[in-house]
Design a protein around this ligand. Structure first.
Ligand code: HPA
Ligand code: ZN
Length: 318
């Protein structure tokens, strides 16, 4: 199996529906409305996706729940041949933005990850994220949690949530705080808004990676700038197709961005929500663009270069 790296994976977004259903039943929380008749997450658009995501996340209520989630996600990743993954972790969901609660959640997640790695599973790192539609004040609390817990495991800071709310610059304080703590920076941009949002992310937040970023293709001057500056895009083709951004892989810009010299990488975003896995992404890209093992290894090295972990860890990965 080709060794795979994944830079863009939301931990709650990778939760197997069965795990969420089990926790909901134990806690007597009725979230049956978020599942279809086959037991899969059900939504029709991005706003609906975020609502279902937050409903599913509401049943994860303790550090032990997150330890269990981490183990389940890493077992799936190991099955896909993943050797290294970075996952988005949100202090808003883990303890409501409270630093002391966050430390407890983090300890549980980190311990679960260390156990999985010791058993030959993927090496995991955390990118703390603020949630854009929760607003800049809550983002500051997330950034403070990130700055206080930055280290070997927490290596990055980012922003997810609804890209159509507010502006990237509203979150500049949080990104400055995280940068000063030595964290790598990434933000979702150029998925639900166009190229200007990517320009704003680069200028106002100083990120070196962009979550998605695929709509850069609508502005070829920006594509050239991304290539020249070596900005890495965390591309999630299956997510983009599931949410209706592109009709199918053949119309997806990943291949064109790569051809134009942009550093692209391959991730799943929220795999069970989008009925995907890293293996399925690779199979689809092989079928659509005839990408071979050499190409996938090249993109694996691109991901490794852009990873937020320390250089000693990088030297052990591929
Ligand atoms: N996109 C944006 N925000 C998110 C996502 C996503 O896929 N998953 C969780 N928060
Ligand atoms: Zn995402």
């Amino acid at each position: 199996m080709i060794p795979k790296l994944e830079l863009h994976l939301h931990l709650e977004g990778a939760a197997p529906p069965a795990l969420i259903r089990d926790l909901a039943a134990r806690r007597h929380i009725d979230i049956s409305g978020i599942f279809d008749e086959r037991g899969r997450y059900k939504f029709t658009d991005f706003a609906g996706f975020l609502a279902v995501y937050e409903a599913a996340t509401s049943v994860l209520q303790s550090p032990e729940d997150y330890a269990r989630l981490t183990r389940a996600v890493l077992e799936d990743s190991a099955d896909q041949g993943v050797v290294y993954a970075e996952t988005f972790l949100s202090p808003d969901f883990c303890g409501g933005g409270d630093l002391s609660a966050w430390r407890d959640y983090l300890a549980a997640i980190e311990e679960a990850a260390a156990q999985c790695a010791a058993q030959g599973g993927p090496e995991l790192r955390g990118i703390l994220t603020c949630v854009r539609h929760f607003g800049p004040e809550r983002a500051k609390r997330a950034a403070l949690c990130a700055a206080e817990t930055a280290g070997r495991f927490v290596t990055g800071f980012g922003m997810g949530g609804d890209e159509t709310v507010g502006a990237q610059k509203d979150y500049a304080w949080s990104f400055d705080c995280a940068r000063e703590a030595g964290l790598g920076l990434t933000t979702h941009a150029g998925e639900w808004r166009g190229p200007q949002e990517i320009r704003d992310a680069l200028q106002d937040l100083g990120v070196t990676r962009i979550g998605h970023g695929v709509r850069a293709i609508e502005d070829l001057a920006l594509v050239d700038e991304l290539a020249e500056r070596g900005i890495t895009l965390e591309v999630c083709p299956g997510s983009n197709i599931a949410l209706g951004l592109y009709p199918d892989l053949r119309h997806h810009p990943i291949s064109e961005l790569d051809r134009r010299g942009v550093k692209v990488t391959i991730s799943t975003d929220d795999p069970p929500f989008f009925h995907t896995s890293l293996t399925r992404e690779y199979e689809g890209l092989h079928a659509a663009f005839d990408w071979d093992e050499g190409q996938f290894m090249r993109l694996g090295h691109t991901a490794l270069d852009a990873a937020f972990c320390d250089t000693d860890t990088k030297a052990r990965i591929l």
